[in-house]
Ligand binder design. Structure first.
Ligand code: NDP
Length: 313
């Protein structure tokens, strides 16, 4: 190990939750260190315009919003460290963390490692992300007024996104890899009753076409997995809704998780280990919004502050 340092509070993750926790912890003189993680700024850095974050009536670009969060945290003395935590030991205090060659210890830990939207893994999907490809209908649906989109997936998220998108889009086609949905009956029924929603069964997206510099997505190439037939479907947007994965692998066996791997919190943001708090998408499988992540980030910093005070007492 090259460096080892001790801190009162370490925040793991630099999305809306982590940076809000950093602002509050820094203003409480806890001199927090934020270990930014593999995607500094979190999921908002892969969206374009954010129009539902209060305080920005004209909207703001996701990466820019996160830059402002970061500046605000730094203004009060939060320290950002570029790196990804590869191991944690929460069995004893101070807690121990390893990030590459560096070691850290802390009296309180705030986990804000977020969740990652599962993607299809196509090169074209990566290229057009934010240019017609999205993994969040609530964030980006508004940009598809009177347009045509596809939603990929067959679970509750896909049904919910498809229904939500019909507020804007004229036509929403759900592309599912089987001929039966995984979604709950009530969500299936709602989608099937919606006249703007159609289903393309047994199909996988092979490619998303379009040019990020010239209007974005123009269509999808779909392969029927039963017949092998390939069709082209012209659309303006592609919403990937094949689930999210909370970034909790580091905590397996150390913290309680639900059956999907989300951290379980109680009494605000407390985990089962005193002094370890969790906020944002890593503990929220339902709302997953920047504003809710920021809200729980604030809670986690206040919970950590109270915990540290109680230790001094
Ligand atoms: P799920 O895992 O339930 O569903 C994922 C869907 O995406 C499945 O239909 C799956 O297909 C498909 N899929 C997965 N990987 C791929 C891939 N690589 N290519 C193509 N398709 C793929 O995830 P959800 O996010 O939908 O739901 C997660 C949890 O959250 C569930 O418990 C759900 O009930 C809950 N939820 C509840 C809501 C509500 O009640 N309002 C709203 C949203 C989520 P296949 O079926 O073939 O496996």
């Amino acid at each position: 190990m090259e460096k080892k340092s001790h801190h009162k509070v370490i925040i793991l993750g630099s999305g809306a939750a982590g940076l809000t926790a950093a602002i509050y912890a820094a203003r409480a003189n806890l001199e927090p260190v934020v270990i930014e993680g593999s995607q500094p700024g979190g999921q908002l850095t892969i969206t374009t315009d954010v129009e539902n974050y209060p305080g920005f009536p004209k909207g703001i670009m996701g990466p820019e919003l996160m830059e402002e969060f970061k500046k605000q945290a730094e203004r009060f003395g939060a320290k950002m460290v570029f790196g990804d935590v590869t191991a944690v030991d929460l069995k004893k205090r101070p807690f121990e963390l390893t990030a590459g060659k560096d070691g850290y210890t802390c009296d309180a830990l705030i986990i804000a490692s977020g969740a990652t939207a599962k993607l299809l893994g196509l090169e074209s999907e990566k290229k057009l992300m934010g240019y017609g490809v999205s993994a969040c209908a609530t964030c980006d649906g508004f940009f598809f007024k009177d347009k045509e989109v596809v939603v990929v997936g067959g679970g509750d998220t896909a049904m919910e996104e498809a229904n939500f998108l019909t507020k804007y889009a004229n036509k929403v086609a759900v592309v599912h890899r089987r001929d039966e949905l995984r979604a709950s009956k009530i969500m299936q029924d709602r989608a099937k009753k919606n006249s703007k929603i159609s289903f393309i069964w047994d199909s996988a997206v092979e490619e998303i076409t379009g040019d990020p510099k010239n209007g974005g997505v123009t269509g999808v190439k779909l392969k029927n997995l039963k017949t092998g037939a390939v069709i082209r479907h012209a659309v303006d947007g592609v919403f990937i809704a094949i689930g999210h994965e909370p970034n909790t692998k580091l905590f397996v066996g150390q913290l309680d998780m639900d059956e999907l791997g989300y951290l379980i919190t109680h009494n605000g943001t407390a985990t089962k280990v005193p002094g370890v708090f969790a906020c944002g998408d890593v503990q929220d499988r339902i709302y997953r919004q920047a504003v809710t992540a920021a809200g729980t980030g604030c809670m986690a910093a206040m919970d950590a502050e109270r915990f540290l005070e109680s230790q001094e007492d």
